[in-house]
Write a protein of this length. Structure first.
Length: 89
């Protein structure tokens, strides 16, 4: 649960961090923000910042993307994706 709270706190992010991450973070954020309207991330930029930080801390963002796509915008399943593929404690 702590990982998820950290991710939510990072939703505001730091300006300029992680915005060049591209690739899988772009795809993950498109899915979360545009497709699902996931409220934890009010903008694509905030999502990309959180994604880049998670990736730098060892998260399996590729696995998380596949999981989120399979979740089909179900919030509970998306949270489980973070638990399964997010940052290890």
């Amino acid at each position: 649960m702590r990982r998820w709270l950290v991710l939510l706190l990072l939703a505001g992010g730091c300006p300029g961090e992680g915005t060049q991450e591209g690739g899988v973070c772009d795809d993950l954020c498109e899915e979360l923000v545009r497709e699902c309207g996931y409220e934890a991330f009010p903008t694509i930029e905030s999502c990309e910042q959180g994604c880049a930080w998670n990736r730098s801390e060892g998260a399996d963002v590729d696995g998380q993307l596949d999981c989120v796509r399979d979740a089909a915008c179900n919030t509970f399943d998306i949270v489980e994706c973070e638990h399964a593929y997010g940052i290890d404690d």
